[in-house]
Structures are given as C-alpha cells and as structure tokens.
Design a protein around this ligand. Structure first.
Ligand code: ZN
Ligand code: ZN
Length: 158
C-alpha cells in the first residue's frame, strides 16, 4: 500500500498486528503494524450505528483489541489525515475480523503465554511473569495506562 495516496483498497485484506491499546472515542483508534513492518494508525468509525446484537458481539470482541492481537481489515481505506500522517480508515467495525486464536493469552510485554493473573486494577494487562509485570510498571508507565484501561474495560464489560 502507498501511504501517500488517498485510496480504498477494494477487495484487499490487510492483516496486521495491534501495537497499542485502543482508544475509544466515537470510534476507536489504535496503532497497527502490517506484515511488511509498516506501522499505521487505524481508526474504526460508526461504532454506535451498529445493530444491538452485533454491537454486543463487538463489545465482546474489542477485548481482543489489545497489543499483539492479529486483525484482518477488509477493504482498507488509506487516508492522509489533516496532520499529513497516513491513517487506515475503517468505515464500520463490520470490516474488521479478529483472530480469536491469538486472543488474550499473551503477555503484554514479551508476547509469551500469559500465566499469572491479569493486573488486578484494570483486568486487561496480562503477563507471563512477575518480572514482565514489573517491567511494564517501571518502563511503560502502567500506572497511567492502567487508569485508561480501567475505563476501557468498564466500557466493554457493560
Ligand atoms: Zn512476559
Ligand atoms: Zn492495570
């Protein structure tokens, strides 16, 4: 894909790995990396327009919108945003497929199998070991991230 061109890639499926925790606004935004190692911002719109039953399913699904999850984006729309950085725009969550097999089970820091209980405050960050958990607090400021994740998990657990 060419990040300098505004274009809808019709019939194309972009597979990518999520790098950051998502931010929920009227849509949802996060950072992804595709197979070529290209890093892009991703924004998914029209969240609230979903039908009730699909919405419920999707609220469930966005728990897997976490770092290291693999997603497939159908008909990705490459867009130049106002700040001149490219953005992959997804018109509706229906165009996103989540790989449920990669779900939840990975350490947020190293990607190994998560074995210990998730962070007791946010219930979202999972780790393979106390060492990785400590690393997250010290190096990635989990204290602040945790507050945000708590809001996020409250939202998805409603
Ligand atoms: Zn780990
Ligand atoms: Zn936490």
């Amino acid at each position: 894909m060419d990040a300098t061109e505004d274009k809808v890639y019709d019939g194309y499926v972009l597979e990518a790995r999520i790098l950051e925790w998502s931010y929920l606004m009227e849509g949802m935004a996060t950072i992804i990396e595709d197979k070529n190692g290209d890093v892009e911002r991703l924004a998914v719109y029209n969240w609230s327009s979903l039908k009730e039953d699909f919405r419920k399913k999707f609220d469930e699904a966005i728990k897997t919108f976490r770092p290291n999850s693999i997603i497939s984006i159908i008909n990705p729309y490459m867009r130049m945003a106002k700040d001149m950085r490219s953005l992959i725009r997804v018109q509706s969550p229906e165009y996103i497929r989540l790989d449920y097999t990669s779900e939840d089970k990975k350490c947020f820091i190293c990607g190994k199998e998560a074995k210990i209980l998730p962070c007791s405050a946010c219930l979202m960050a999972r780790y393979c070991s106390k060492e990785c958990q400590k690393f997250d607090w010290i190096n990635f400021n989990h204290k602040e991230v945790c507050k945000h994740l708590k809001k996020f998990s409250n939202l998805v657990q409603k």
